[in-house]
Write a new protein. Structure first.
Length: 318
């Protein structure tokens, strides 16, 4: 029997197998890294247990959070960022993840029966689930696998309609536009080099819109998302420093659109003074190629392994 998954931008085919639904809970633990060391470039390295990692997702589902009607309608995670919190050095890093990154995805049928794994775009993992906690936890597991099984301590997912409220909560995010961009419908246009405080509708268009008929348009959109995220973090940190309660008010404004496994307000307040610069925004190295039907982002494994070792590991004895 063949199971077809129909998504707004993707159609995939997989062979059905009898298996029980899994991934009902994710309990990432540093235990994965507590034993042994890794040989790398002539030295021994151990996992930096001082780092806590959190996955942030923007989900392509309309309206406030609601349970999906079946096991394949959880919505794609079109936006994915890993936040790395290094408590020992009071530093933050963020790793942007291309939605089309090819990796092992756990596949389920409409009744949420496990079908096996396939090499799919990472964004599809969230679709296989309830659009809430199960979808998020399965995406966490997929990202952990992608990053050589690093432990992820929690997640926050935001339905994309909540982006306008997020932008509004900080009074509009001010960006410096890096490349010319006009939305496909012509309603919004951005010129390279201009400094612009985005209205809620402009922010939504800037990070959400793309022309699916244009090759690698997801790459260009990710660049805009990175640009927006850098500006948002800087602006949010400045507003939190100006007075208490900002984190709570921001989260309250988007709460109905979110699914979270962590206390987001507490986390934001704890890291408000941590350092973050533009150089701390990283991306998975790779290249977009055309697959048999759809675009695929293929990781440069060597460069990606270097990134993981540089970011998540420290030399043994240091």
């Amino acid at each position: 029997m063949l199971l077809f998954l129909f998504m707004p931008e993707n159609i995939f085919e997989t062979t059905e197998k009898n298996a029980e639904s899994r991934s009902e809970s994710v309990s990432p633990s540093a235990d994965k890294w507590s034993e042994g060391s890794v040989s790398y470039k002539g030295a021994e390295y151990v996992y930096n247990t001082g780092i806590k990692t959190y996955l942030f997702m923007g989900v392509d589902r309309p309206g406030i959070v609601s349970r999906a009607e079946d096991g394949i309608s959880g919505g794609q995670s079109d936006v994915m960022f890993l936040l790395l919190v290094d408590k020992s050095n009071e530093k933050l890093k963020v790793i942007a993840i291309n939605r089309n990154t090819m990796c092992l995805v756990d596949v389920y049928d409409e009744e949420d029966n496990y079908q096996g794994q396939n090499m799919f775009q990472l964004c599809l993992q969230h679709a296989y689930g309830d659009g809430m906690g199960i979808s998020c936890r399965r995406t966490v597991e997929a990202v952990e696998r992608l990053f050589y099984n690093i432990p992820i301590s929690g997640y926050i997912a935001l339905n994309m309609d909540g982006m306008k409220l997020l932008n509004r909560s900080v009074g509009g995010v001010t960006i410096q536009v890096e490349e010319d961009y006009t939305t496909r419908d012509g309603m919004y246009s951005f010129q390279a080099g201009e400094t612009r405080t985005l209205t809620d509708d402009e922010a939504y268009a800037y990070i959400r819109s793309r022309d699916i008929n244009e090759f690698a348009s997801a790459d260009a959109r990710l660049a805009r998302q990175i640009n927006y995220m850098n500006a948002f973090i800087e602006q949010m940190k400045a507003q939190m420093a100006a007075g208490p309660g900002k984190a709570a008010s921001v989260y309250k404004s988007i709460e109905d659109y979110t699914v979270a496994s962590i206390d987001a307000v507490n986390l934001l307040e704890k890291i408000a003074d941590y350092s973050f610069e533009e150089a701390d925004m990283l991306s998975i190295p790779g290249k977009t190629k055309m697959g048999s039907q759809f675009e695929e982002y293929h990781i440069d494994e060597g460069a990606f392994y270097d990134l993981v070792m540089d970011v998540f590991y420290v030399e043994s004895g240091n």
